[in-house]
Design a protein around this ligand. Sequence first.
Ligand code: GLU
Length: 289
Amino acid sequence: MYTDRFAPSPTGELHLGHAFSALVCWRECQVAGGRFLLRIEDLDRGRSRPEFVDGITRDLAWLGIEWEQPVLFQSARLPAYRAALERLTGRGLTYPCTCSRRDIAEAVAAPQEGAQPSGPDGTVYPGTCRGRAHQPGEPAAIRLDMRRAIAALGGGDAVAALHFEELDAGPAGEMGEVCLDPQALIAGAGDVVLARRDGAPAYHLAVVVDDAWQGISHVTRGRDLFAATPIHRLLQALLGLATPRYRHHRLIRDAQAKRLAKRDRAHSLAQLRADGWQRGDVLRRLGLD
Ligand code: GLU
């Protein structure tokens, strides 16, 4: 059955960009006669707040969106993420990493000049801890060893056979079948974090585990996450999980053509509502009327 989800992180107020994502997702579900799920991605314990969860439900209801109950909270799913991580670790595809942000910044700033590679999670990790002995008890993040992960799928050929279907368009106009490029994954994403140093599962792992568990057939999200999708596709293959179809929609920008950010309150739905905006004003502003 056609099933899609809106999966906000409750770390701030929703803005017009979230409204666009939720509305596009919900409308497609309506057209397909499918299910629309709300998933609260509250794994960042430091920044997630219950009042933002309340704000999310208030905003969605204001937009006329209805979602199934119960709502899935990722904080209730920790054992499932741990089990997935153990499967990858059991196959020798992960390693502990004790580097701080600063260590990574220093390592990549070292002798070579020029732009440092930046991937979906920011600076691409230079691999300092790969193959390094780890002291038991020393707090460590867990990273995916991208080269080994690709090799575990049978090398480049197997990865080239791994594709996902793009129903809208990627940043470079990618449409239809998008194939994974192993070299681009190694160079462009690198050894991504699967669990943080405080033990919290990272986004890439949790999203893949939950999309499969919730039977998500379609994922609608912003084009800013297009570069993360090959990582998700790879993790799905490693974990033997089904892959949804993806729709990476255009991003909503402000008058200066800048992407909207959570810290910028001017475009928050709560603020617009307080300013007297109605649902119809939101639809018009987003080109969805
Ligand atoms: N929680 C993510 C965010 O708020 C979205 C995840 C997704 O749609 O895959 O950006």
